[in-house]
Structures are given as structure tokens and as C-alpha cells.
Design a binder for this molecule. Structure first.
Ligand code: PLP
Length: 401
């Protein structure tokens, strides 16, 4: 089986599964006393938040574990919107290509009277930074722009936005929340929250399953946890930042996955990027009428406007992505159409549409996700089988250019 779909990037490391299993069995399955159990849990939670914090260059006090990236995104968005009376006084700025975990809550706020402005993107999914500047007003309460887009892999200019926020009058910049959804960036490109370039990022979302950690675990970084408000109120766990009994094994798995994934990240991502380019060039050289939707150049250092090494979005003109996907599945190759981590209940990708693709191009689009486990042989086989599937479909539909 060749996994170039969501499972390529989300299969947990064996070490993570073993560690979580050990915690479940030996730490609470048979506890010697309730007191011991509490001490063990506390130690595990502390060391897990330290491991995650280390990879973001921050402190454990700034990490709030959540049930997933979606929850962390919602937590960031709600910060300025606890008070309904303020809804028609406050505005949100997001990009046109956010994940539904941002775009849908924003739709809800919009329905409640909040003005939501969307920054347009170019044909490679890069936001227009000048448009962003022009959208900021005295009423701007939240800016949320994803670090890396999940469908096409474009790296957004988060450092530039941090600078723009920093250049606002202090009374303004201190009062707004600048959040970035870094679910597709964490573990793939360096994120140094201690650097001056990112000093105005107030909140940042990550998710464990994108780095071979457990599914159902996320985290929100909060630069000023003392200012942070939670909508989950109860027993005061996680220093009162998110109440509720902690998912201790999940946190442990997240911490371990972060430290394994980020070790030698640069070298691993260079290798992933090499294979991604092999795949892209293989398609371009052997199949006619392909459109590379992702930026063609990759960046392992996180340069804005380029692509992360693990994502490739391609449209094969005159085909239906869904049909090619099934043909490949029969050959043991798993790929995705559209956003692999949403429930796919809608037709057409808002991301590709915002990038200017027409409905035929959108329909013929596939997303390939690579990981450190991808191999050259898998890529060569995938190119060959995709070529056959595309040609067969085009012949059946008498595709002509
Ligand atoms: N944001 C982005 C960019 C994503 O790709 C995803 C999908 O996994 C999410 C948010 C949602 O994260 P989670 O699945 O942990 O809720």
C-alpha cells in the first residue's frame, strides 16, 4: 500500500503508540493509590508540554492542550467575542482560504453581526499583503491567517504580518489578537516564537495527528496566558486555562511525536521535498495538460510564497479527480481530493475557487501528501499509474485540447 493521502502524514509513530499504551496500562490501569496516580499524571503533563513548547521555542506555560486543532482555532477566535454586545463594534480579518475550523466559526460570527473581511489570494494561494493592510481598521479585533494552506501547501507571510501588527500604534496592537493556524506548518518548517520576527503572534494552533502523534489532540500557544479566556470552565486543570480531566496519554503522545518529528527536521524535509519534486516533475514530463496548483518551489526554511515540502496539488485537465482516485486505489495507491481533514460535505473547493480555478480544473484536482516514510519507488510507481489512469479516462471522454 502506498499512502499519499491524509494517512501518509497522520499515521502515529510506533513509539507513540507504545508509549501511550504503556501509560494507559501501567499508570492508571492498576494504580497503587489515587495520590500516586495524580503525581504521575502531573509529571507526564509537565514534560509533554515542555516537549511541545521546546519545538516552538517557547515555555510550557504558553501551551494549552486541546482536543484537536479545531478546538484551538475556535478558542483563538472567541477571545475577542465573549461579549455579544461588542459584536457590531469588532471586526475579524481572515484569508480567503482558511480551513473550515476558522472559516465556519467566522461565518457564525458574521451571522451574529460581526464584520468579517477576507484577504484575497493569488493563483498560487498566497495572500495579498497590501490588501491585508488596507483591511485593518480601528475596529479590527482579530487577524487570523493560516501559516500553511492544507490543500495546496502555500506558506503565508506570517513574519510580515507580525511586522505590520508591530507597526500599528501600541494601543491598537496590544488590543488585537493575531492568530495563525499552524497545523500544516508545525514539524514541517521551523517556527521560532522567541524570535523578533514572530513577536506579534499572540496565538498559534497546532495538531498532533499531523506530526504522527495521536488523533484527537491539539494545542493552542498563547503568548500572554494571563490575558487568555477559556470557554471550557470547570475544575481549573491546565492552570485554569482549559478545565476538564486531561487526556494524559494523548498529551504524552503529542510531546513524544513533537520531539521525534522535529529531530533533524531540516534533513527529513529536504528528503520529503526531493520526492515531492520528483512527483511533480514526473507528472509534468509524462502527462499533458497538468496544472500545478501548489507553488512549484518548496522551502524547508519557511519562505513565504513557496510550498511546504509535503504537499502537492495538481489538476489533470479533462478528468475527474474522484475517478482517478479510485483507479489509483485499485493499484494500492491512496491519494485525496480536496481537504483531507474536513468532512467533504460540500461541492468544489473554496480554496481552489479563491485561487481562480474553474469548475473543470477543480474537478480534475488531486492532492498528494508525502511524509518521511515515502520512498522513491513509491513515487515512481505513482507517476506511472497516474499517467495510465489519466490517459484512460481522457480516452473514454475523448479529451481534446
Ligand atoms: N487547520 C488546518 C490547516 C488543518 O489542515 C486541519 C486538519 O487537520 C485543521 C485545522 C483541523 O485540525 P484537527 O483535525 O486537529 O481538528
Amino acid at each position: 500500500m502506498i499512502y499519499l493521502d491524509n494517512s501518509a502524514t497522520t499515521k502515529p509513530y510506533d513509539e507513540v503508540i507504545e508509549y501511550m499504551d504503556d501509560i494507559q496500562r501501567n499508570h492508571w490501569g492498576n494504580p497503587s493509590s489515587a495520590h500516586r496516580l495524580g503525581i504521575d499524571a502531573e509529571k507526564i503533563i509537565k514534560s509533554s508540554s515542555e516537549l511541545v513548547a521546546r519545538e516552538l521555542h517557547t515555555e510550557k506555560e504558553n501551551i494549552i492542550f486541546t482536543s484537536c486543532g479545531t478546538e484551538a482555532n475556535n478558542m483563538a477566535l472567541v477571545q475577542k467575542f465573549f461579549n455579544k454586545d461588542k459584536f457590531n463594534e469588532r471586526e475579524i480579518i481572515i484569508s480567503e482560504i482558511e480551513h473550515p475550523a476558522i472559516s465556519r466559526p467566522c461565518k457564525y460570527y458574521e451571522q451574529q453581526g460581526v464584520k468579517v473581511s477576507k484577504i484575497p489570494v493569488d493563483n498560487k494561494g498566497l495572500i495579498d499583503i497590501e490588501q491585508l493592510k488596507s483591511l485593518i481598521t480601528d475596529r479590527t479585533a482579530t487577524i487570523s491567517v493560516m501559516y500553511v494552506n492544507n490543500e495546496v501547501g502555500t506558506i503565508q507571510p506570517i513574519k510580515e504580518i507580525s511586522k505590520i501588527v508591530g507597526d500599528l500604534p501600541e494601543s491598537k496592537s496590544n488590543n488585537l489578537v493575531f492568530h495563525t493556524d499552524a497545523v500544516q506548518a508545525f514539524g514541517k518548517i521551523p517556527i521560532d516564537l522567541s524570535s523578533s520576527e514572530l513577536s506579534k503572534v499572540d496565538m498559534l494552533t497546532i495538531s498532533a495527528h499531523k506530526i504522527h502523534g495521536p488523533k484527537g489532540m491539539g494545542a493552542l500557544y498563547a503568548r500572554r496566558p494571563e490575558k487568555y479566556k477559556s470557554f471550557i470552565i470547570g475544575g481549573g486543570q491546565q492552570a485554569g486555562l482549559r478545565s476538564g480531566t486531561e487526556n494524559v496519554a494523548g498529551m504524552a503522545g503529542f510531546g513524544l511525536a513533537a520531539s521525534i518529528h522535529c529531530e533533524n527536521m531540516n534533513d527529513k524535509m529536504k528528503q520529503v521535498g526531493k520526492l515531492r519534486n520528483l512527483l511533480m516533475n514526473g507528472f509534468k514530463d509524462s502527462i499533458s495538460d497538468v496544472r500545478v496548483n501548489s507553488p512549484e518551489d518548496i522551502s524547508v526554511s519557511g519562505e513565504a510564497g513557496k510550498c511546504v515540502p509535503h504537499i502537492l496539488s495538481i489538476s489533470f485537465a479533462g478528468t475527474k479527480g474522484e475517478v482517478i482516485l479510485h483507479s489509483l486505489e485499485e493499484k494500492g495507491i491512496y491519494v485525496s481530493t480536496e481537504a483531507a481533514c474536513s468532512s467533504k460535505k460540500h461541492s468544489g473547493s473554496p480554496v481552489l475557487s479563491a485561487m481562480g480555478l474553474n469548475s473543470d480544473e477543480m474537478e480534475g484536482t488531486l492532492r498528494f501528501s508525502l511524509s518521511e516514510f515515502s520512498t522513491e519507488d513509491e513515487i515512481l510507481y505513482t507517476i506511472e499509474e497516474t499517467k495510465k489512469a489519466v490517459e484512460k479516462m481522457r480516452k473514454l471522454t475523448k479529451f481534446r485540447r
